[in-house]
Write a protein of this length. Sequence first.
Length: 557
Amino acid sequence: MTSNLDLWQLLGGVGLFLFAMSQIETALKALAGRAFRKMLHRYTDHPLQSAAAGTVSTAMLQSSSLVGLMVLAFVGAGIMSLENALGVIFGANLGTTFTGWIVTLFGFKLDLGLAALPLVGIGALVLVGTRGKLAEGGRFVAATGLLLMGLGFMKDSVAVIATQVDITALTDLALWQFLLFGVILTAIIQSSSATIMIALTALHAEVISLPAAAAVAIGADLGTTTTIIIGALPGPSAKKRVALAHVIFNLTNDTLAFLLLAPLLGLVAWLGIRDPMFSLVAFHSIFNLAGVILFLPLLHIFARFLNGRFQKESSRESQHLLEATPEIPDAAIPAIEKETGHLIARVINQNRRAFSPPLPTPPGASPVPFNGPMPAESQSFDDLYRSSKRLEGEIVAFAVRLQARPLEHKESARLNQLLSAVRFAVHSAKSLRDIRHNLMEFEDSPQAQLNAFLEHLRSVMTSFYAELYSVPYQGGTDTLFRDFAELLERVHAWHDQLHREIIHDISKDRVDEAEISSLLNVNRELLNSNISLIMAIKDYHLEAAQSEAFRQLPGAA
């Protein structure tokens, strides 16, 4: 009966430990999540920086999975290269070892009962009695107390079991069996930290030897790959590449650690570490540090290898959203921005193809930064329009999921601007789609006046796109505002001039009555298309206040 109670105490301790870790992650995510996202975004341009960022972030957030989610989001958004992401992932492996140091220093060297209860009591009162970050601070304190309490249950249960159960049979187990135990246990409970804690408590109670505990620690590292694999199976290619990198890194690192287990423990002893528990956490840190040192010089080659994997074509139109996630606004909004640029670039390309032959690509800089592939020349205009509509739907659907998250005012304003740009771009394409049959009729018409009118339209539209490509988009938003305003005036002037010419031709009976409505409608829709395109590019480039001020200009609506 007593051993059964001890077993339940062990399981309860493990469960309490896991629950406390999840609460600590929740609290730290709320308290410091944005700060660490910014650090991961800004300070990962060099392999050493990326590894250090991964180590520090994981050590502070106590969650390699949270850091991994951020990394996946940044890679998917195109604001972090796979190479830099790998450095963060490798550093995160080292960061997970800090849990062992903290628990060994404070968990096994203190009276857990004396430390845990005040933390739970004070933290819980702060959590339920306050709001905001203060409440999250209370959650962190209470969760720390629960973690120590769970660790105390684990210690006590293992110590009692050690006195009641014949543990000499464990000495006959091979080290590979302890390694396999670490892999399986971590795969089941989804926490390498909890497996390490079980190994520490067993080592503290002298149930297993230091080499056996070290083998369990290696197995725990290897067991974390099962979580990554399961999470990446339904995911996009970038997620699969990062998961593959994690598996290769851990498998290589853990294999070497297991083969060199005795020499590494000898190194720990040579460093003067005699306490078995400190020896275990030192061993865990050393072989993970060795893995980072081994892989960092190979990051470029490793990233190139991974980029060649999982190249299956996607049926989606978006090129950046598929591998982003709404959970990380710092990465999601840049992904939407890139996709909006993609859509605007496609609309410009598509609009030029409304004419036959297509209008020439103007010299100069593209109005939006987009270097991806354009649709094939053989693709029909109607197919292009449907593709643009699908891309619009994918952007809006992703943005709706993002808007369900708490956003800062600046983030929300930028998101609304981008959605406005998307709507204007698609409206520009629609205006030309609605009159494309008229353009084809003008081209095939035997009436010289209609042919001349079509050539005049081509000239005006060629001039319009040349103007778009000649705007100095790097000259500052104030300069851009003036350039857009001047271009808007010229577009209206071109439209008014065409309108006067049409009216003049009508008054001279140069146009059949059946064609009058078509001529006026084509001129109006070309105006709408060009204004909408200006508005889309304006929303993409200008600040929110300037964008709103532009809407108030005459002729902008």
